[in-house]
Design a protein around this ligand. Sequence first.
Ligand SMILES: Nc1ncnc2c1ncn2[C@@H]1O[C@H](COP(=O)(O)OP(=O)(O)OP(=O)(O)O)[C@@H](O)[C@H]1O
Ligand SMILES: [Mg+2]
Length: 207
Amino acid sequence: MNVLEVENLVKEYRIPGQPPIRVLDGVTFAVAEGEHVAVTGRSGAGKTTLLNILGGLDRPTSGTVRCTKNVGFVFQSFRLMPELTVLENVILPSMAGVKTARVPRATEKARELLAKVGLSDRADHLPAELSGGEQQRVALARALMCEPEVIFADEPTGNLDAMTGAEILKLLFGFGGKPFALVMVTHSAEAAAQCDRTLHLEGGRFA
Ligand SMILES: Nc1ncnc2c1ncn2[C@@H]1O[C@H](COP(=O)(O)OP(=O)(O)OP(=O)(O)O)[C@@H](O)[C@H]1O
Ligand SMILES: [Mg+2]
């Protein structure tokens, strides 16, 4: 079964007075349950644009995205809420959406996830008090909070040194629990090699 089906995705950016810039030009692919896919491509190829559309953070100009209900997102720059504690950041996605979609025992669950990423003792700290690698571990716990069928990760190790990045990947690939499909933008051949397959974005399409 596919957890993600993308058909003929086109994205144009329009700046008034200038011709539209076509960044995605007919992207078509599918991701099976539990499958790990790496997305590569040069800077400016449209990887972030694509991932944002897949994750529902942006709209395509045309084309369709069919995706299962629960998704998680991990950003290159962590994007934790600075005024919330680590624990509150992890709980946050479980508070979104309709009441029936909320996660039962959210605080307990968030604490379990923080234990899994090795940050139990940091639950009441603010993100600014954490290192980059620690912040990305919090972001990983947050992405897993709603038990997603798919995780979208946009260069999750891009802002980390090689060793810290490797730790994040180890957590991501060896998390245990409910399996999830992964679509990961990466510049690292090592990270891509850990995925089931690699899709290369070039000229607005997968080559
Ligand atoms: N809001 C926007 N308005 C106009 N152009 C944009 C906008 N966002 C992105 N672009 C352009 O679209 C192209 C693709 O950008 P995108 O961020 O998707 O690239 P990327 O593959 O993620 O690059 P990188 O590896 O550097 O992160 C770039 O040329 C960028 O300048
Ligand atoms: Mg990008």
